[in-house]
Write a protein that binds this ligand. Structure first.
Ligand SMILES: NC(=O)c1ccc[n+]([C@@H]2O[C@H](COP(=O)([O-])OP(=O)(O)OC[C@H]3O[C@@H](n4cnc5c(N)ncnc54)[C@H](O)[C@@H]3O)[C@@H](O)[C@H]2O)c1
Ligand SMILES: N[C@H](CO)Cc1c[nH]c[nH+]1
Ligand SMILES: [Zn+2]
Length: 429
């Protein structure tokens, strides 16, 4: 963990290094991912067999090793303990309600010269939903991917998720049943993203790939953008907690560890105006981390990427937060409004002492698939619109074409494109 004070002589330099640390697509990962993708593209299923054995110790020999059937998903749902089924249902209902409000409306109008203009939204035909499963299984990510895809009206939902050592997580299958997923492929990592993008004999290609994952998954999506649509780059988790000294240090320590436990490359940052409080939080992190079942990962993440910044005033945290453009920002302060108003770059913002980030991971409603690596400067969380695209349309009759056609012809001539001009001119009266 690094500790900084805004009054350190070299604060700007150190802070800049922290900001740059968030680029998970370093040369090593990018190189490995590009050779994995090349292999999947040229050898298809055979490459998936080799890499799934190598990275997940899972042998893709029979059909059941490749995919999970709808019957298995239904059985997993039916077998769920009632409290877990209710929790999954509550999460699904709240996520659906939030995302239904995102559905766009088609609009059109006819202007003063009689041209009808508008735009029409339509769902993509097929979506590939990446559900992480390396260190932990993520039924919550299945819901976060599949529900907006369903709301958008996508016809084919193909999930890819690794099943390390052949272990299938029943809650992932139950979530798939609840959300109405069509296919579940037991492959993970960059190779799964490649298969969904290029297609193989077994896995038909999709139009859009969404979902979170580790650095390999995130980099594969980044490299494949253009071959296929993607939602955004959603890599190892990040949390920035801005807290005053009036918080319970145990609560804030748990919040920081909640993201650290995802991945050794996850990042947790605390900004506070109370030096004594920051030391209490650091102590509580050490105590709590040692007791977690995920302690090895959480401790590694906190050691390698954890940061505490002590500022003089909480107002100073606004500029730092905007530089970091973190996936999650918690505002655990007495009066969060001025901070909320000042923060321009964040995947999702949690307002007040009773809004821990973990509530957004599961049941609040907004999507937990969010941009990482400072990409909240230009990307947003997964939404229904990521599964849709818009076609504009233009309708003219003879009168309308006569009104605006000559201007288009003039521009076409000026661009040296006479066939363009002719296609308009030949229709004019
Ligand atoms: N940003 C978000 O919205 C968000 C949401 C949920 C989870 N996450 C992140 O998802 C990630 C889940 O990671 P995970 O590892 O548990 O599962 P994962 O499914 O993302 O990755 C596992 C796969 O990584 C590949 N892999 C592992 N080591 C490799 C290597 N050395 N070379 C090539 N490929 C390798 C393997 O193919 C394996 O199947 C975490 O980083 C978590 O923070 C992010
Ligand atoms: N915090 C993750 C996004 O970075 C999402 C998640 C799923 N399960 C638990 N957490
Ligand atoms: Zn989480």
């Amino acid at each position: 963990m690094q500790r900084l004070s805004i009054n350190d002589a070299d604060f700007d330099l150190k802070f800049r290094r922290i900001v740059e640390d968030r680029r998970e697509s370093d040369g090593d990962v990018a190189g490995q991912v590009s050779s994995i993708l090349r292999d999947v593209r040229s050898r298809g299923d055979a490459a998936l067999v080799d890499m799934t054995q190598r990275f997940d110790q899972h042998s893709l020999s029979g059909d059941d090793d490749w995919s999970v059937s709808a019957e298995q998903c239904k059985a997993a749902f039916d077998d769920l303990e009632a409290s877990l089924r209710d929790a999954l249902q509550l999460a699904a209902d709240r996520i659906r309600t939030y995302h239904e409000a995102q559905l766009p409306e088609d609009r059109d109008y006819t202007d003063e010269v009689g041209v009808r203009l508008g735009a029409r939204w339509q769902a993509v035909d097929a979506a590939g939903l990446y559900v992480p499963g390396g260190r932990a299984a993520y039924p919550s990510s299945l819901l976060m991917n599949a529900i907006p895809a369903k709301v958008a009206g996508v016809e084919r939902l193909a999930v890819a998720t690794p099943t390390p050592k052949g272990t299938v997580n029943p809650l992932v299958l139950a979530a798939a049943h609840l959300a109405g997923v069509d296919e579940i492929w037991r492959v993970g990592g960059a190779q799964a993203v490649g298969a969904l993008a290029y297609g193989t004999d077994r896995i038909k290609r999709v139009d859009v790939i969404t979902g979170p994952g580790n650095a390999y998954v995130a980099e594969a999506k980044r490299q494949l953008f253009g071959v296929v649509g993607i939602d955004m780059v959603a890599g190892p988790s990040e949390i920035l907690v801005i807290a005053d000294g009036q918080n319970n240090p145990d609560w804030i320590a748990a919040d920081l560890l909640s993201q650290a436990e995802h991945d050794p490359n996850a990042q947790s940052i605390l900004i506070t105006d109370d030096e004594g409080f920051s030391r209490q939080v650091a102590d509580r992190i050490d105590v709590q981390a040692a007791m977690l079942s995920t302690s090895a990962v959480a401790q590694q993440s906190w050691q390698d990427h954890g940061v505490i910044v002590v500022v003089d005033t909480l107002e100073q945290s606004i500029a730092l937060a905007n530089e970091l453009a973190a996936e999650h920002v918690e505002l655990a302060v007495e009066n969060p409004t001025p901070l909320f108003d000042g923060i321009r770059h964040a995947g999702s913002i949690f307002i007040g002492r009773y809004a821990p980030e973990a509530i957004g991971d599961y049941v609040a409603g907004p999507n937990h698939v969010l941009p990482t690596g400072r990409r909240a400067r230009f990307s947003s969380g997964l939404s229904v619109l990521d599964f849709m695209k818009r076609s504009s349309f233009i309708e003219l009759d003879e009168t309308a074409l006569n009104a605006i056609g000559p201007a288009a012809m003039a521009l076409a001539e000026a661009e040296g494109l006479p066939a363009h001009a002719k296609s308009i001119e030949s229709r004019l009266k």
